[in-house]
Design a protein around this ligand. Sequence first.
Ligand SMILES: Nc1ncnc2c1ncn2[C@@H]1O[C@H](COP(=O)(O)OP(=O)(O)OP(=O)(O)O)[C@@H](O)[C@H]1O
Length: 835
Amino acid sequence: MGRLSTAYGQAVAAHRHAAYRLAQARRALAVAAASAAPDTAELVAGLDRIAAALTAPAAPPATGPLPVRIGAATTVDGGFPALVPLGAGHHLVVDRDARDARVGALLRTLVLRLLAAAPAGTVRVAGIDPATLGATFLPLRPLVDAGVLAPTATSETEIAALLDEAERHVRGAGQAGGPAGELLVLVAASAPGPRELARLTALTHAGDTAGVCLLLAGVSPGAERTAPHATVLRLNERYALLGDPPRHPFSPDGRGLAAPVQLDGDPQPGAAAALARQLGPAVRRDDPPTFADLLPARRWTESAATGLRTVVGRAGREPVTLAFDDATPHWLVGGRTGAGKTVFLLDVLYGLATRYPPAELQLHLLDFKEGVSFTEFVPTDRDPSWLPHARAVGIESDREYGLAVLRGLRRELDRRATVFKRHGVSRLADLPPAAALPRAVVVVDEFHVLLAGTDAVAREAVDLLEELARKGRSYGLHLVLASQSATGIESLYGRAEAIFGQFPLRVALPGGGGVLDPVNDAAGRLTVGSAVVNTAAGVTGADTVVRFPNAHADPTGLARVRHELWAARPDGSPPPAVFRGYEPAHPADTPAFTALHPGAGTPVALVGRVVDVDGTAAGFTLDAVPGRHLAVVGTDPTGAEVLHAAVTGLARQHAPGRARFLLAPLVSEAQAVAAVLTAVLTAAGHPVDRLDAVGLRDRLTTLATPTAQTDTRTYLVVFGMEAAAGTLERPDPETFRSGREELRTVLRDGPGRGVHLLGWWRGLRPLVDDLGGAHQRDDVACLVALNVPGADLGLHLGAHDLAWRPRPNRALLVDRHDQRLQLIVPFVRPEREER
Ligand SMILES: Nc1ncnc2c1ncn2[C@@H]1O[C@H](COP(=O)(O)OP(=O)(O)OP(=O)(O)O)[C@@H](O)[C@H]1O
């Protein structure tokens, strides 16, 4: 208030001085009038009116215009200050642009005077200068650095973005229903294109309380008509002629001030820097938005019936709200690595989760990169809380997990279609309250990973995304696809338009201009923490530059919000289904494994967890059908772990004495596992035999011999089957049958007699040799492929487009009998990781 009264005091003093000089001028003119000089009587009358205006008690600056000096009106008697009203619905139009040095100096001077006259932080200035590419404002650089003056808009895109911001500012003032708290001064040093100029002049009609003031240079005199709220200044070679200020005319007939005006020159050198020092601290309050700015005043008070809305940041000082609704059902977000995509998505998710209760909003979050994007939404050892809206969260997801989530969502759409039919509605909002369904927001971070290549996973993912995008609008399912690049994705060739056409809302972070129209370069100059938001599928001119807060900068604030939401969750809310791509699978953490018990039917060999939404246990039933044996293939020592899990699981399914285990650890890596297994099985009361290669061969002969049917199972567990190749190849001197022949008999006939082989082969080739050729592959119908190249495996299975790429902590489960192919996380013992 102190600064306001000082500025106002200064303005009043200037008025008084002007009034005094005016009186002097009037006297001089009266003398001239007496000598019948033409026009002087009129001039006197005009000056009288100005004097009346100047000496009348002025309205406080908050509600009235500021009188700002533009130069000196010259009379025969000398000069007096020429003032123009600015602000509170008053604007200035100059007929020449800043390429006339007098205009450039005038604009700079006016900017300094307006800033100096108003309380710090209440005036914001933005320049437009297409003709001199910003040169007009260069001397004011210290004010730009201090954040008082916005960087000059010179290109069509920048000017359009600035106009968007100004229009939002005006709308914001309109909605607030009173004088805007801040005066936005738009200074056009030269006229922009006709469209932008039309938008600028339209702003001059915004009214006294809109909080916007335009100084338009280089606008033709006809602008008087287009800008009835502006004082018009025309320049001739020596002077400027000042038109009548609207509502405070100098002349009775619109001829303006009769005294020509000598415009003030440039401000003193150093004036801009001094002002910047003075205003900087107050303006720095206009720091980037904070996380708290995104949150609603009260939690869970909004209804999602017609869509979801959240504040994502600010454009200038205006909050920017984005929606998932009929107009913008899906969003496409682009930005290079480190551009702030994850932070932006977190801002959106917290904004939504605080506005809508879990009954109105569900979240499905998929992250395909190494990182921790959505970890904070799921329970951990350190923090048991979770975001109650989260239904499925994939962290460092496999593509197959993404596919599983998308398939689940398609089923959800089918379910919703049935509900809609039952109620005879076609929109979510029309469902009766008792049948209301939550909206679902599905975020896929780094979606290009999911769609990479042209394999079966990519093809199915593209189909699913297209279907979800197409139907999602009416069923309340909204997609947010984020990526470093939305272009050049092979699997999208010919499909991109059909899919991205459903994504009208584009958010381009730094380096993410690819989500905008190819000719739209609005994202070219973004810095981290800002984004271009475009609600017209990226076309030029529909851009808003938004600054968004760094959610990660306030982890405590974030945790507080999350805990508050968690504490408020409805009774019985389940935690989200979580898939952590980096996490190994332990039998002891898998409910289906720990639930195994004797007498539960056909034994199953559990080998890991399926990469799916529920983390289903992965396994094979070992029934009496020929070929019900398990081959674990690959050099990865996990092979021994998989057999360990399968065997301990089988042991749990048999009462003591009802199963026999024959363990053949033929390779050194398996000795320790076999020792542990022997101890476990023995402790469980099961007979265990240890075999070497020769013992294995002998036992195969025994097992191949038909015996009377018993209900005792025999599990022959061989670690490193290829190590017995030499022994098995040799024919028996008496029967002339080789060990391999005995083996093949066991493979075919064993299951019928309760005999199953569980073997680890360290390569596909030895397995094929043992089977007697690839055409015999069904003799071992259950396969767990570890580090086996996809091409080799595809060849072995006769599947030419097998989407398998060997990687740590993953295996491909193949059951040739039920045509099952599943990506699994193979079981390992916890102690193995510690080694
Ligand atoms: N609004 C912001 N304000 C200030 N700094 C930010 C903002 N957003 C992000 N950053 C900074 O950028 C860093 C990277 O952000 P983020 O992790 O969101 O990037 P990303 O695009 O997801 O990158 P990547 O794909 O490599 O994970 C953050 O750690 C933070 O330091």
